[in-house]
Ligand binder design. Structure first.
Ligand code: HEM
Ligand SMILES: N/C(=N/c1cccc(CO[C@@H]2CCNC2)c1)c1cccs1
Length: 365
């Protein structure tokens, strides 16, 4: 027999949850006995496809920082647990992006690759998201592109990635997949797997000439999915964007694209003092540009008002189902116009439930 590497209490709690929410599965006792026998023999157990699908959907439902959970039942789950080879994992991530992008009608998808098992290390995706723009540090210390990805860009170059002849602010980085006992794989994303939206403004024609753009599919690839005591370190998942993520954070943060001062001047605002609220006026127009452009391009996007109302509907539905809906106010409340969104005006249950997603071990490396 092998020493159990899996937390038996967490495994049992998960199987009981699965049967309680799906009575059609019959009594849980048989499954519990099977699990205990497998753990006694091998130190771990294997989820059935149904358990994996249910577990991934509940992990989303338990993600306290996620405002988009109303549609948690619709998550498409790709069972790729037999894949451990870094190159194969990278290639399936390209498939994931094509399936999720769906020509603009973005679908929430998760791909679950091999779990950590005794003596069989799992693959891990180095990139924080499947699609990331390069960040190049200039000799003057300035950065061309996304400052957040300066280290990832250097890692890709170290692995042999050649930036385009003319470096730009939106060069898509290759995917890097690592496994402790294998060579890392680095795969360029083919253009048709990377749906992008050019950014223009409904009333300011000059904005389109700036060449701003963003990718349609946000796909988090460095978090660990934990289900019933089993960890899946490579389980990239995507939804669609809420406009503020791009307009109020990616384009606005000083340590990202830092566009507010430039756009303020182009809009002819008095940027000499914050008291003119010039930053706030630029922020609104930049976010209107993002929502307008995605809609024009036929790419799914949601605004922070609609998404706030949807989330509170989700909280009500969960409570009607007899479940508490854990939520982290500091992440749920959007990064602009907070007080005029519905989620601002209440408290939330902050417990941490499992199944769930946790920071990966490449987090903040
Ligand atoms: C379908 C549309 C979805 C929308 C609009 C949405 C929206 C968001 C937003 C705005 C955040 C905060 C991100 C930030 O502040 O940087 C977030 C966090 C999160 N979302 Fe969702 N989400 C969606 C789907 C999903 C799906 C499908 C999953 C997983 C299956 C998911 C899991 C999470 C997790 C785990 C976090 C917290 C990440 C962290 O702690 O770093 N979301 N979501
Ligand atoms: N819209 C989204 N937004 C995010 C969801 C989770 C995390 C993030 C990015 O988080 C980074 C770490 C902290 N802020 C930036 C963005 C989704 C990504 C995957 C499914 S939905």
């Amino acid at each position: 027999s092998a020493a159990p590497t899996v937390d038996l209490a967490e495994a049992e709690e998960f199987l009981r949850l699965h049967h309680s929410e799906h009575p059609e599965l019959g009594p849980v006792e048989y499954r519990l006995a099977e699990m205990h026998a497998e753990v006694a023999a091998t130190g771990t157990y294997r989820h059935t496809p149904d358990e994996l699908t249910f577990g991934a959907r509940v992990a989303w439902r338990n993600s306290a920082r996620c405002i988009g959970r109303l549609y948690w039942r619709s998550l498409k789950v790709r069972d790729l647990r037999d894949l451990r080879d870094p190159k194969e994992v990278a290639d399936e991530c390209v498939e994931h992006l094509e399936l999720a992008g769906n020509g603009g009608k973005v679908r929430p998808v998760i791909s679950v690759f091999a779990p950590d098992e005794p003596g069989r290390p799992a693959p891990r995706i180095r990139n924080e998201q499947l699609i990331r723009y390069a960040g190049y540090v200039g000799s003057d210390g300035g950065v061309l592109g996304d400052r957040r990805n300066v280290e990832l860009t250097a890692a890709a170059i170290d692995l042999g990635w050649r930036p385009p002849a003319r470096r730009g602010p939106f060069d898509v980085l290759p995917l890097i997949v690592e496994r402790e006992d294998a060579e890392p794989a680095m795969v360029e994303l083919p253009p048709d797997a990377v749906l992008e939206v050019p950014i223009g403004h409904p009333e300011l024609p000059w904005l389109a000439d700036l060449g701003l753009r963003w990718h349609a599919v946000p796909a988090i690839s460095n978090m660990r999915l934990r289900i019933g005591g089993i960890d899946y370190p490579a389980a990239p998942f995507n939804g669609w964007y809420m406009g503020t993520e791009i307009g109020a954070r990616n384009f606005a943060d000083v340590d990202r694209y830092d566009l507010l001062p430039y756009l303020g001047r182009r809009m002819g605002l008095d940027t000499s003092s914050v008291r003119t609220l010039w930053k706030d006026r630029v922020l609104v127009e930049l976010n209107r540009a993002v929502l307008h452009s995605f809609t024009q391009a036929g790419v799914t996007i949601t605004d922070h008002h609609t998404e706030s109302d949807r989330f509170l509907t989700h909280v009500e539905k969960e409570e009607a189902a007899g479940r508490s809906c854990p939520a982290d106010w500091t992440w749920i409340v959007p990064p602009m116009s907070s007080g005029i969104t519905s989620v601002f005006h209440r408290y939330y249950d902050k417990r941490e439930l499992v199944p769930n997603f946790f920071p990966g071990d490449t987090e903040g490396v």
